[in-house]
Design a protein around this ligand. Sequence first.
Ligand SMILES: [Zn+2]
Length: 222
Amino acid sequence: MADVKPVKAHCNKCFQETNHDLLHRDVIKGNEYYDGSYELQWSDTNEMIRCRGCDSVRLRNTYWFSEWDGAKVTYYPPSSSRRPPTWLDDVPEDEKTLLEEVYAALHADSLRLALMGARAACESLIIDKVGDQGDFKRGLDALCEKRWINDEERVFLQQAIDAGSAAIHRGFKGSHEDVTHVLDIVESLYQRVYVLPKATAELGKRVPRRPLRKSTSTPPAP
Ligand SMILES: [Zn+2]
């Protein structure tokens, strides 16, 4: 039976901190004496919680150690602070998984990982659409030649890829704003390549055609 007092936690569906019901809690505690007199203590708490707003269920692990400042809290599945686009399910599975891992890295404040993941997402799309071209320059050239992107979008993409390369090779950490900007670019590319062509074709089938306009000119005399 759920506790009456709610648990405050981030919800991946409501995208904010919400009240959760605590469905189950399991606590393991331990201690050990160091040098025969100095006591070390720890606790490992696992909780199943359910959002009162959307009913989604998550697991929360809280590990506390007496020598640390504060406890380490981990959620399963990981927390996400950027709302995934509504069209994410229309993206191929490998690329979708990559983007989801980028969102998880962003929420965990692993900004370098998020930038690296966004770069990997660009690379995966390039290989999927125009094959492995050997490097990003040739890959972007091929995307342009096949008209998946135009010259302006190529500039944006190059910027996103450069940020990821800098994170890998030059220790660039970036800010939340940087990662948000890069993800805006990558999501725009994904939507353009994977979502809009199909959505536009389906819309074209559903929209009634305009009736042919009747000619108002006077027919020629027989
Ligand atoms: Zn919720």
